[in-house]
Unconditional design. Structure first.
Length: 104
């Protein structure tokens, strides 16, 4: 009976596959008009980026966060951050990694 149990447990372990997901975000901060233009530009790109609502910060400043698709590579991210800099905005980049194991 112990042999049957150990065989079952070892076969369960082999059926698990790890899945990884990355969420990439760029948060831009600057003048309200600059942030609004940046968000519109990203939304009209060939692969539109999803942006959060523009958050007013007071004194004519605002911020917004753009979510980067998982299939975007380093060059795409650099291009997006350069567009932020060209618009006179500051930015921060965040990448969150999640992993889970699927069981059958």
């Amino acid at each position: 009976m112990l042999l049957a149990l150990s065989t079952t447990l070892s076969s369960c372990g082999r059926s698990e596959d790890a899945t990884a997901t990355a969420i990439k975000k760029i948060t831009v901060t600057g003048t309200s008009a600059g942030v609004e233009r940046f968000v519109k530009l990203q939304g009209s790109a060939p692969i539109p980026l999803i942006a959060s609502a523009i958050t007013p910060l007071g004194e004519g400043r605002a911020k917004a966060t753009v979510t980067i698709p998982a299939n975007f590579g380093g060059r795409d991210i650099v291009h997006t951050t350069r567009e932020a800099l060209a618009a006179g905005l500051s930015y921060s980049y965040e990448e969150l990694h999640f992993s889970s194991k699927a069981t059958s």
